[in-house]
Design a protein around this ligand. Structure first.
Ligand code: GDG
Length: 506
């Protein structure tokens, strides 16, 4: 079983002479001014809701590395040193955060534009048209170069392992390797990779793929995404694609392409869910939501069109129509954290979800009961855990999702081994959590039936399924993800470049 110490041992043994540099767009800690007027000088540090940062923080703590990310908080500049660095987490500093500053236009074009209005919909194929804007592409190139400069400064010419996250930085590996071929560079793509037909339309595909192939190792969550990527390379450029070994050879360079299903810190999550604090929070939720003996279902998502929130609410409506005995008995709590609100599809979605929840509530409201409680706000982690514990079932109905950590968190919180997970077939998590009730989220009838099945499932079956899912998440935890990834890289380096890397890894 991989653990925090196992990973720390691996890093200590194999990477001890290496600087460990992680790159992501989103920072793991954001500093904000709080209060108004004179009191505005108080600074508050908070952790944003993001699967990526939640999954990677334990890794950074384990290897005490440097995390390079966009400084996005209004008080971020006030807390960094002369090199734009700050030690985090504030209460127990264990790694360095190096902030990169972007101006408004760069944020608009590179982040909202190319990354989230183009690559995000392109890779998810959730029927939202990608926007192909040359100015956004130009800005994407510019910002990748800005990050390259920051990473090279942090590496400072010393042996370093650079671990890049996600679709914001497809060009970064090439920029780094051109500047310093001795860097070991790996990248993990947290979202799906589409089939080659879909990717064909991307106007700057050669440059994007060239950037990605500068990596020594490229990771996706699923084997399917690796296969899609290999086929995309095969169809787009001159390269030798090895489908047996999952490798691409091009210009004398080999890039490994491998699946590494991401996960969470199960042990940590499990321990926190057992504390008295969680019990207190459960009580607080009941009080806040005015719950007495109702059955509770939950959904927890960023307010993103890939998460299938409307499909889920409509399935709930259908369920109430078909099962009138659950009227006035079932409450569905949907936490929907606003995200990327500057993008029109996201503000439109927020409106759609709000109106849909209200119209379903108007339709069914009876006495003081309404079936949907919509919370459009960020909820602290410990409170989310308590919400998991309150719920008879949790619905994850993503239309497409690289992995989906909410599904794994729900399972890890259920230390009582109860609760049912309804999970989209199109979330990567469904490949591992086969004891969930797996549904096609586009088929609202099927989801409605799964809600009924969840509520009527005998206790013995619920526990059997939950125990099996907990064992899967416990074993396939975040340390295993990181350990497997590092091991693949080390093994590859030893066999493919025996001499150079024996010297490098000592
Ligand atoms: C991308 C990929 C992949 C949500 N609301 C709150 C909150 N959250 C946390 C959840 C979870 C995370 O945000 C969401 O993670 P997901 O994995 O579900 O989704 P994305 O953000 O889209 O992440 C995804 C992931 O990267 C990792 O590779 O799994 O497929 O799309 O941890 O709990 N956290 C808090 N308050 C909230 O209100 N504190």
């Amino acid at each position: 079983m991989w653990s925090k110490t196992g990973l720390a041992d691996l890093i200590g043994a194999k990477l001890r002479d290496y600087r460990f540099i992680l790159v992501s767009n989103r920072e793991p800690y954001i500093h904000h001014y709080t209060g108004k007027g004179i009191k505005r000088r108080q600074i508050h540090c908070f952790q944003p809701a993001s699967g990526l940062t939640i999954a990677l923080e334990p890794l950074l703590r384990a290897c005490q590395g440097t995390w390079v990310a966009h400084g996005s908080g209004d008080a971020d500049r006030a807390v960094v040193d002369a090199h734009d660095r700050v030690a985090v987490p504030p209460e127990n500093p264990s790694f360095t955060l190096r902030r990169v500053w972007l101006d408004d236009q760069q944020e608009q074009r590179y982040y909202y534009g190319l990354s989230n209005q183009c690559l995000w919909p392109l890779c998810h194929i959730a029927f939202t048209r990608p926007v192909f804007n040359p100015e956004d592409w130009q800005s994407y190139r510019e910002v990748n170069a800005l990050f390259a400069r920051a990473v090279l400064e942090e590496a400072d010419g010393k042996p370093a392992f650079v671990f890049i996250q996600d679709y914001h930085f497809a060009l970064l590996p090439r920029l780094l390797k051109d500047a310093n071929p001795n860097l070991i560079v790996a990248q993990f793509w947290h979202i799906p990779w589409p089939n080659p037909e879909v990717f064909r339309g991307f106007p700057w595909k050669e440059e994007l793929l060239d950037g990605m192939l500068a990596n020594d190792l490229f990771g996706f969550h699923l084997r399917l995404h690796c296969q899609n990527f290999l086929e995309t390379i095969d169809r787009t450029m001159e390269a030798k694609v090895d489908y047996e070994r999952f490798e691409v050879r091009r210009g004398g360079k080999t890039t490994l392409v491998r699946p590494f299903p991401i996960s969470i810190d199960f042990a940590d999550h499990d321990a926190a869910a057992r504390t008295y604090k969680t019990k207190e929070e459960m009580y607080a939720w009941r009080k806040q939501l005015g719950l007495t003996d109702e059955l509770v279902g939950i959904g927890i998502d960023r307010l993103d069109y890939t998460k299938g929130i409307c499909e889920r609410l409509r399935a709930l409506d259908r369920f109430l129509t078909q099962n009138p005995e659950y009227q006035r008995r079932l409450v569905f709590v949907q936490v929907a954290v606003p995200t990327r609100s500057r993008i029109s599809q996201y503000s439109a979605l927020e409106q759609e979800v709000t109106e849909l929840a209200s119209s379903i509530n108007r339709k069914w409201a009876a006495r003081r009961w309404e079936p949907i409680i919509l919370l459009k706000q960020h909820v602290p982690q410990d409170r989310l855990m308590a919400l998991h514990r309150l719920a008879e079932f949790c619905i994850v109905s993503s239309l497409h999702d690289g992995m989906n950590l909410v599904a794994k968190e729900y399972v890890a919180s259920r230390v009582d081994e109860d609760g049912v997970l309804i999970l989209s077939d199109f979330a990567g998590a469904s490949r591992e959590l086969t004891d969930a009730l797996v549904v096609n989220p586009f088929n609202e009838e099927e989801t409605a039936q799964a809600i009924r099945q969840a509520l009527q499932m005998p206790e013995e079956e619920r526990r059997r399924r939950m125990r099996k899912m907990r064992a899967v998440v416990e074993e396939n935890n975040i340390y295993r993800w990181a350990g497997k990834l590092l091991s693949a890289l080390l093994k590859f380096e030893f066999t493919a470049h025996e001499q150079t890397t024996t010297a490098a890894f000592g």
